[in-house]
Design a protein around this ligand. Structure first.
Ligand SMILES: Cc1cc2nc3c(=O)[nH]c(=O)nc-3n(C[C@H](O)[C@H](O)[C@H](O)COP(=O)(O)O)c2cc1C
Length: 266
């Protein structure tokens, strides 16, 4: 495999959950955000909110960015040319997810290049209403994900990934054999166990109901963690649809007709 400075930085990146109590300079912050902005976009549908920590910021990080899907700006620009937004909210949000995610990852790598680390926080959409209040968001802005950034206070190895033949499928998606799946699971589980990752993070997901615990940190690893996480967590889709509606995005109805009733700006 070819190695260079950029590839090495990508391969060494890992989520950082311990930060030095050192505030990056305004120039550093601006650089990270500007590099994020230069990501490919469908319609510049990503925008960024910033709060400075470490107070009230997860992991005591100095910087908390909230990455938003922002149709408010695009619609304002379109309105100047007398164009209404006709595209419905589902395709708009799908493109918005992509714009926002690509931008966020550019920020992550820019931060890495400046000696910092980062961690995403995926619970943001479930408390979009709190974000609306905190930042006085106008309608048509949806907080997608939060991103802590700062200087590392821990040194960690990068986490494993699936083997390449379980990830890249040229010309045709394969039929996986049991052996393929077992091998991918083995690579992930052994990789996490070698780092003692879940013990150090104290991150065993509890079994729900009356299922008896049969794992300990000697054998609890990534595949069991994924199973417990995604096999037990079921937030009602209504919760997210409601939060999207609070942000002025309507996925349940055919057209938006409630925007005019809003007493929020935008
Ligand atoms: C959309 C998204 C949401 C995430 N949410 C959280 C989170 O709420 N808390 C957390 O500690 N890490 C979170 N992470 C970080 C992942 O746990 C981490 O990226 C993954 O385990 C792979 O580890 P690595 O980033 O160190 O390679 C999130 C990552 C993404 C991309």
């Amino acid at each position: 495999m070819i190695r260079n400075e950029i590839i090495d930085a990508m391969l060494a990146r890992k989520s950082l959950r311990r930060y030095e109590d050192r505030m990056p300079s305004d120039e550093v912050i601006e650089t990270v955000v500007r590099a994020g902005q230069q990501a490919p976009f469908a319609a510049q549908l990503g925008s960024v909110l910033l709060s400075r920590g470490p107070k009230n910021v997860p992991f005591g990080a100095p910087l908390l960015f909230t990455i938003c899907i922002d149709a408010h700006r695009l619609e304002a620009i379109m309105a100047k040319r007398s164009w209404p937004m006709v595209t419905s909210d589902l395709p708009l949000l799908l493109f918005g997810f992509q714009d926002a995610a690509l931008m966020a990852e550019n920020m992550v790598m820019a931060a890495e290049s400046l000696g910092m680390g980062s961690c995403f926080l995926g619970g943001t959409p479930f408390r979009a209403d709190e974000v609306i209040e905190r930042y006085e968001l106008p309608r048509r802005v949806f907080p997608l994900v939060e991103l802590t950034i700062g200087y590392p206070a821990e040194t960690l190895p990068p986490r494993p990934r699936f083997p390449m033949d379980f990830h890249l499928f040229e010309d045709k998606y394969p039929d996986f054999s049991d052996a393929d799946i077992e091998e991918a699971a083995r690579v992930m589980d052994e990789g996490y166990l070698a780092q003692d990752y879940y013990r150090k993070a104290k991150a065993m997901v509890k079994l729900e109901g009356d299922r008896a615990e049969t794992f300990n940190y000697d054998d609890y690893s990534w595949t069991e963690h994924m199973g417990r996480k995604w096999g037990q967590w079921f937030p009602s889709p209504d919760v997210l649809l409601e939060q999207l509606e609070k942000c002025g995005f309507e996925l349940r109805g055919p057209v938006r007709d409630s925007d005019a009733d809003s007493d929020r700006p935008g």
